[in-house]
Write a protein that binds this ligand. Sequence first.
Ligand code: NAP
Length: 278
Amino acid sequence: MRILIIGSEGMLGHDLVDILSADNEVSTTTIDTLDITDIDKTIQTVNEVKPDVLVHAAAYTDVDGSESNSDLAYKVNAIGTRNVAVACQKADCALVYICTDYVFDGTKGSSYYEYDQTNPLSVYGKTKLAGEIYIRDILNKFYITRTSWLYGFHGPNFVTTMLNLAETNDVISVVNDQIGSPTYTVDLANAIAKLITKPNYGIYHITNSDHCSWYEYAKEIFNNAGVNINLKPVTTEEFPRPAFRPKYSVLENYNWIMEGFPKIRSYKMALKDYMKLL
Ligand SMILES: NC(=O)c1ccc[n+]([C@@H]2O[C@H](COP(=O)([O-])OP(=O)(O)OC[C@H]3O[C@@H](n4cnc5c(N)ncnc54)[C@H](OP(=O)(O)O)[C@@H]3O)[C@@H](O)[C@H]2O)c1
């Protein structure tokens, strides 16, 4: 297949390029070669490549920064995604969009299915959901993959932040009342590579299995690293951030399993593999 990856220099984008290149003819763009907020350039670029599948991994991903930069977040995540969708429609290619657990408000109290009601709490979540809605309105051939708590080799993430903090702090406070599923970009990229081999379009929740709080996640990181540190569990109220986050945003990988794909491994196993290579 011919695949165009937009946002190829991002944390997930890098792994998508590596993994999808194994069996496909891959072209890439970065923010320097294609700014997705430019609709004409986006249409022109997609038309030149004429991909079978376009993987859109570009986004304004600063969750807290989106609260004070809401116009920019909307311009990239909503309008930019609309532009990509229009370009796909004109080039008649399928689109993969990466969305987030932050489209949910976290009040359900159990894991979210693909068909559950969305209700984002943050500007970031709202703009990513607006991107989803544009895609659903414009295209027939799309895979919307919602994922959560990404970490990987090609970008700063919670694992590297914790390890860096441990170098200069004896005590680290970590939120213990937000629950989700940490997801390894390599595992997500491999899942996307499988997903696009069939025209089973729709919304997919794709995360590593099992779940934890940020505090439990940090404990796992320091156990793996063999680092002794005083970890202090705190509440969201004790550790306020500009953006509200859902308290419980575990994503049931329901459509993925219904389509016959194998359950994705536990976040604990994925994290061990990642940290061995750090
Ligand atoms: N990270 C997470 O925990 C997480 C969780 C759930 C879903 N997601 C979603 O997963 C996808 C990949 O996330 P990631 O963590 O890999 O993000 P990332 O590392 O921040 O990569 C995003 C890429 O998009 C580029 N970009 C920003 N504005 C652009 C524009 N106007 N035109 C073209 N490119 C632009 C960025 O360039 P610059 O770096 O130069 O700005 C960056 O290379 C995103 O859609 C994100 O919303 C992420």
